[in-house]
Design a protein around this ligand. Sequence first.
Ligand code: CA
Length: 226
Amino acid sequence: MPSILLIEDEAAIADAVGYALETEGFECRWCQLGREGLDALAGGGYALVILDVGLPDISGFEVCKTIRRSSEVPIIFLTARAEEVDRVVGLEIGGDDYVSKPFSPRELVARVKVILRRVAPREPAGSGDSAFDIDVAKAQIRYHGQLLELTQYEYLILKLLLQQPQRVFSRAQIMDRVWQAPETSLERVVDTHIKSLRAKLRAVNNDMEPIKTHRGLGYSIRLAPS
Ligand code: CA
């Protein structure tokens, strides 16, 4: 039974969400404060976090940033105003999804299910009928059977994208996961590496563009059939 952490200061909303989650077979732990939520999360065992943006102690954005320093647990934001939506969508805060208040708890639970399905362990990329074939031990990736000559960063970016096909990674998320000292690099550096990666993939197969750009969000990869 997956356990969901709900960080929301309004009791009425928390009640409705908790009830909807439990009806669908989830366990739900409710925290009213951001700090309380961070403490609960540090204890481990949560499959997903539902996080209100407007909390009385620290903002949901700050809570999310703190979580992202040590955890990739999926986060769904609850937003109350249009400008919050803009920040969640436009800035690279590291949330996975959002719902705007007022929302239907059933809709929220449906999104929880979608995200948990998306992050569930899947077939490693390169198996089956994918055009990509990763050899992690050798730090090599083959594309349509051809060994790609990649720099260290290109290899790490491509490996990251292939680990969760279809998932959109923001530039900030790519930096966090690939660079050892992300704060010293510029996010544009990711774009540069993506560009040269694309050129190398195109040199193997000119008809496909497996790396997709999501404007304002980041990059994802499609597992093209071989
Ligand atoms: Ca609130």
